[in-house]
Design a binder for this molecule. Structure first.
Ligand SMILES: Nc1ncnc2c1ncn2[C@@H]1O[C@H](COP(=O)(O)OP(=O)(O)OP(=O)(O)O)[C@@H](O)[C@H]1O
Length: 498
């Protein structure tokens, strides 16, 4: 269903009265494009609108939906124009079904510059649409609007929401033992956890963003345990790992018989999490049709099991996590903007390990202590100096799970009391940024040449320092850098510790 939405402008009215040089922008659009329906907004009197409709209707096969008596204070009344346009669009969308989603076009030429500006804002944010314009010389044509207002607008909104949260709590943050399991030392993690402690006790949804294995679930659990819901359940759901035919039943439950073979009622994850926290991991993978239903559950605080019409009250806090940019997912239409705003109230970005200068040693120590507790019994193992150096030499892109698995592999293979350098080396899965991988990264929105070059520099500086026991003069020679000062400058710039 192709729908044109626009104001009836002065030139259109004059054209219909035979007083303009040409047929006016709306009739021009009808000559170039086919529409099923045209929603025409008229801020002049009803009679004038009706006369225009009679004049323009024979020029198009589109059904004309004329909306008159729109009261504007002035042709520059931003608020009135915005409200009239969004009311009309909400109306149009409410009449549509999922199968017949309207394909919207906004015509920016009829009307005032403020009206044109509002169409562009709406087309790039709440109501994605094609924008067209027309002129006497070139007729009607699509107007390219090649920027992503939506992503910037969302980022800005969320930044403000975030700033407000931080400002609201400049008071010292309560120490909570729930966060003790998150090993850290670097400033970035300290700041992140300060904010997490502020958000945890409030009943606000949280969105945790970070690369795979950086500790998103660990942080989500800590938030739950530091909240008044700590005695309630913590239910973790990996949104990307549920078979499509079961998604609905998994989230909302199902009554016996709703599916072939189901003999008993099934409780959904939202119900399981009642009184506690539901952790929606990889929320970016949630299918769009489930997003609508999750949104409804969050708004109405009720779920309906598949096959039942009874509503069940639920009281859950949502903590969601993603390792992809949800801004981009929203912008590209894969994630609903309204759900994004529902869940992204407190936003926490976990930095990858490569940006956590100083965190490697405490993490290695803590993880080894954990492994010793679990497997060591009365014979705990420790790291030899070469083993520790081997950890420093390795390029850890960001993944703490990988660090843990490497330690565990080395531990299991070591029979004596001390993990050797060779054992650690042989336990490392070589994810080093080899030439192939470095030269074949996708040139997508994430690509940043500067970042890649810095990654390489950081990697070799860390290796040189590890191999020379931190003797900068030697490391400078190994790196072929000329002077020690150059090395120090690079280290400062890249955040590498001596
Ligand atoms: N700061 C930390 N201190 C101690 N252990 C950590 C830390 N961060 C992560 N870990 C450990 O690393 C492993 C991965 O963490 P977690 O599962 O929380 O990551 P994730 O970001 O949720 O991963 P994914 O994106 O794959 O779901 C877990 O064993 C976790 O306990």
């Amino acid at each position: 269903m192709k729908i044109l939405v626009c104001w009836i402008g002065f030139t259109d009215i004059r054209a219909s009265q035979g007083k303009a040089n040409g047929i006016g922008p709306i009739a021009q659009a009808f000559e170039t494009f086919d529409f099923d329906r045209a929603v025409l907004l008229c801020d002049s009197d009803d009679a004038q609108g009706q006369r225009y409709r009679e004049w323009v209707a024979p020029r198009t096969s589109a059904e004309i939906d004329l909306r008159t008596e729109i009261d504007l204070d002035s042709p520059m009344d931003f608020e009135g124009i915005y409200r009239a346009a969004t009311d009309a669009l909400e109306d149009v969308l409410s009449e549509s079904t999922d199968d017949a989603k309207p394909d919207l076009t906004f015509h920016v030429s009829p009307g005032t510059p403020v009206m044109a500006a509002v169409w562009i804002i709406l087309a790039k944010t709440r109501f994605p649409a094609t924008v067209i314009q027309s002129s006497k010389d070139h007729g009607a044509q699509v107007l390219p609007v090649p920027f992503h207002l939506s992503a910037e607008y969302i980022a800005d909104l969320t930044r403000h929401a975030d700033e407000r949260l931080v400002e609201a709590a400049q008071a010292p943050t309560p120490e909570d033992p729930a966060f003790e399991s998150i090993i850290h030392q670097c400033g970035k993690m300290q700041e992140l956890l300060r904010r997490a402690r502020l958000i945890a006790p409030r009943h606000v949804p949280v969105l945790i963003q970070g690369e795979s294995g950086t500790g998103k679930e660990l942080l989500a659990k800590a938030i739950h345990h530091a909240s008044p819901r700590k005695d309630g359940p913590f239910v973790a759901v990996n949104c990307g790992a549920i078979p499509p035919n079961l998604v609905e039943a998994e989230f909302f439950g199902a009554v016996a018989g709703a599916y072939t073979g189901s003999k008993v009622d099934r409780t959904g994850h939202f119900e399981e999490a009642d009184g506690g926290t539901i952790f929606l991991d990889e929320i970016g993978e949630m299918p769009l049709e489930i997003q609508v239903k999750v949104l409804r559950v969050l708004q109405e605080r009720k779920v309906m099991r598949v096959g039942s019409s009874d509503e069940i009250d639920i009281n859950v806090r949502v903590v969601a996590a993603t390792n992809r940019s949800l801004f981009r997912e929203v912008n590209e239409g894969r994630f609903r903007e309204d759900l994004f705003h529902r869940i992204a109230v407190g936003i926490l970005d976990i930095p990858p390990l490569r940006e956590r200068s100083g965190d490697l040693d405490p993490l290695v120590n803590a993880i080894l202590a954990d492994i010793n507790d679990e497997f060591g019994g009365s014979d705990p193992k420790e790291l030899s100096t070469p083993a520790r150096k081997a950890f420093h030499r390795h390029h850890w892109p960001g993944n703490i799970r990988e660090l843990r698995n490497t330690l565990l592999r080395a531990y299991i293979m070591t029979s004596g009391p001390r993990l050797s350098g060779e054992m650690v080396e042989s336990s490392l899965l070589t994810f080093e940024p080899g030439q192939q991988e470095l030269l074949h990264r996708p040139l997508d929105d994430e690509f940043d040449l500067e970042d890649i070059l810095n990654e390489v520099k950081r990697h070799y500086i860390q290796r040189a320092l590890a191999e020379t026991d931190g003797v900068k003069k030697r490391a400078t020679e190994l790196l072929g850098l000329g002077t020690r000062q150059t090395l120090s400058n690079w280290m400062d710039k890249l955040g590498v510790d001596a």
